[in-house]
Write a protein that binds this ligand. Structure first.
Ligand code: TMP
Length: 217
């Protein structure tokens, strides 16, 4: 069996850059790596992603949103994650079930016990071995995320479709960050807290050290 590693954090925490850097480092070390993300990771789940993150879908109810994340996850696990782990691959996944607890639970205030049941239904026994939580202040993360959106607009490639969450209130993002930190505190054996504001190279080294300490690299 392979090893399942998830990356989590608020908007603009730097996890997408860091997951790519870790994948490259592990591949250079001769490891088989599957890099994937949620929502998405396979054609059906990518279609659900487009619905979930479309800024035009502002009337989507929190419950509809929750169920769509679960549907995308069930497909992604069966089509991508479980087969990759069975091949012995290290699976690096950008967000997973903890994102649903943090965003739909803490952010949207949906019932945490319902979310936990739904996560269990969608993911079953597919649980991360290691979760890297990239933490940074909300203003730092949102500043980066908004700058990225503005750069996309300024480059002339049009208005980005995926900006539904970046436009949420400051309170919402504070709750999401607090949710992630409470998840990490509750499961210190699985979570590794990484400082996401310490510069790209320094953060990448911390992540590699944390992973190498836990798996034989
Ligand atoms: P990304 O920007 O990291 O690709 O993630 C897409 C957005 O989806 C991000 O704003 C967080 C949100 N999200 C949830 O709200 N719940 C979830 O379960 C997942 C996986 C993502």
């Amino acid at each position: 069996m392979g090893c399942f590693i998830t990356f989590e954090g608020i908007e603009g925490c730097g996890k997408t850059t860091q997951i790519r850097l870790l994948a490259e480092t592990l591949q250079r070390a001769g490891r088989q790596v599957t890099l994937t993300r949620e929502p998405g990771g396979c054609p059906i789940a990518d279609k659900i992603r487009a619905i979930l993150l479309d800024a035009g879908n502002s009337s989507m109810t929190p419950l509809a949103e929750l169920l769509l994340y679960a549907a995308a996850r069930a497909q992604h696990i069966s089509e991508v994650i479980v087969p990759a782990l069975a091949r012995g691959s290290i699976v690096l996944c950008d967000r997973f079930t903890d994102a649903t607890v943090a965003y739909q639970g803490f952010g949207r205030n949906l019932d945490l016990s319902v979310i936990n049941q739904l996560n269990l239904l969608a993911a079953g026994s597919c649980r991360p071995d290691i979760t890297l939580l990239l933490d940074c202040p909300v203003e730092t993360g949102l500043g980066r995320a908004i700058a990225r959106i503005e750069a996309t607009c300024a480059s002339g490639s049009g208005k980005p479709l995926e900006e539904r969450f970046e436009r949420e209130s400051r309170d919402f993002h504070d709750r999401v960050r607090a949710g992630y930190l409470s998840l990490a505190a509750a499961e210190p054996g699985r979570f590794v807290l990484i400082d996401g504001s310490s510069g790209i190279n320094h953060t990448a080294e911390s992540i590699y050290r944390a992973v190498a300490d836990r798996i034989a690299c």
